[in-house]
Each structure stands twice: as structure tokens, then as C-alpha cells.
Write a protein that binds this ligand. Sequence first.
Ligand code: SF4
Length: 260
Amino acid sequence: MGQADLVILHDGLAAQALDILSKPAISYPFAVPAAADELVKDLKGHPHAYVIACMMDRQVNAEKAWGIPFELQRQERLGSFEFSFLLQQSEERLEYAMLHPRPLHRFNALMATSMYAAIHRINDEYDGNARAIWAGRPSSRVLVHRFLEFRGMGPKIANMAVNILYRDLRVELADCSSIDISADVQVTRVYARMGFVPQDASIEDVIYHAREMYPEYPGIYGLILWDLGRTKCRPQNPACTSCEWAAHCAYAKGDHTSLA
Ligand code: SF4
């Protein structure tokens, strides 16, 4: 795998990401049905729904995770997702709603604990309005740290939360230099197959490599890689013949040591 291929891949991925950013906010669905999508994107009316949806996005299908606030709002669960209502619910009540009539997540008790803590953190630290977390054009470093302060939010989710706010929901930030790539299993596999890192690269390898590649915004093309990983660049039999990156991708060019 030549350095020239990597430069072409990087430049192409960055150009595509910048092109997306130059256009009006994209409207791809975070959740289904449409009402569930609207709820988690309603940063004015239900900003806490965004925070809680990010929190749920662990070890379950992303669309399922992002649909959880809407599922909880259903009459047979909580019946409301207004912040003042959530603030009155006990942790046990939240866990029961996560579990009945059917479990919403793999880790319902853990999610209920994190959600309860988040609701009270938003109330105590942000005067009950989660919009205050990202208001005032904060630096990416400050905003990632604010998400990390929520119980259950690790670096991957905190970076994803800030990246989506900036990239997809067009929340203004002072800079993007602390938005790391969210190196999940999809991103890591595609990044390694392309040849940027070895097949046995750790999450840290991917994160630090992406910082080197684009220090101004290390997470700039994370969504493109993630989407490739879910569609064409599957764990088995990647669809290289229909992939626009194949001409410069190490795996497609026959370097199968890049198989992650
Ligand atoms: S060319 Fe093949 S291996 Fe490379 S990114 Fe595309 S699908 Fe994945």
C-alpha cells in the first residue's frame, strides 16, 4: 500500500466530508418512525432527548438506541418525555419503563441509572435545560468534556455526541480540533482495510492516526467510514466492486493483511 494511495483516500474522504458540511443540514434519520427522529433532533423543545439518545447508543443497533426516547414517551411506558415530568421519576420507575412491556436495550438497569443521573445533572448543572450544554459557541474541548461528565458517557459517545451536534445539527462551535473520530467496530474495520492503520490496530491507534491526518477536525470523516462499514464494507465479503474508494483501498488492491 503506497503512501500516495493513502493521501488520495484521505483527501477524497475529507473533500466529501467538507462538501457535506458546506450544504444545508442533512436530514438523514437518526431514528424511526419520523416522530422518534423529530424528538431527538428537537434541540429547542427537548434537548435532553438528544443527550439521553446519545447515552443509549451503546452496544445496540444505533437506530434502536436513538428511538428509545420516543419509545419511553409512549403511554404504556412513561407517557411523557417532558423534562419536568422526567425529573419526577424515580430510577426504579425509569428502569421499569425500559423493561416493560418489552426490554428496550441490552442493559436496561444500567441505562436507567445513567438516564436518571443525566436528568438530575441537567437539572443541577444546566438549570433544567440541556441546550445550555452546547450554548454560546463553546470550544470542542470544553463540549466533549461536558459530555464526558455525564455518567456512562465514554470518549467514543462523547465525541460522537459533539460531532453530530456540529456536523448534522449545525450547532456552532469555536473549533473542531478536539472532536475525535468515534472509532467503533465499523470505523476501525474500514480504516484498517483502507490501509491507514494495521489490521490489529487498537481504538487508540485509529484515534491518534486520525488526529495526525486532520488535526483541525480529527473526526471529520467518521460518518463516511461508519456508513461504509454498515453498507459496503461489511465484515464478510465487502462489496469492493461497487465501492468508490476501491482504486486506492489496500484491501481492494489485494493487500488482505489490511482485513480487520
Ligand atoms: S474498497 Fe472494499 S475493502 Fe475498501 S473500503 Fe470499499 S468495500 Fe471496504
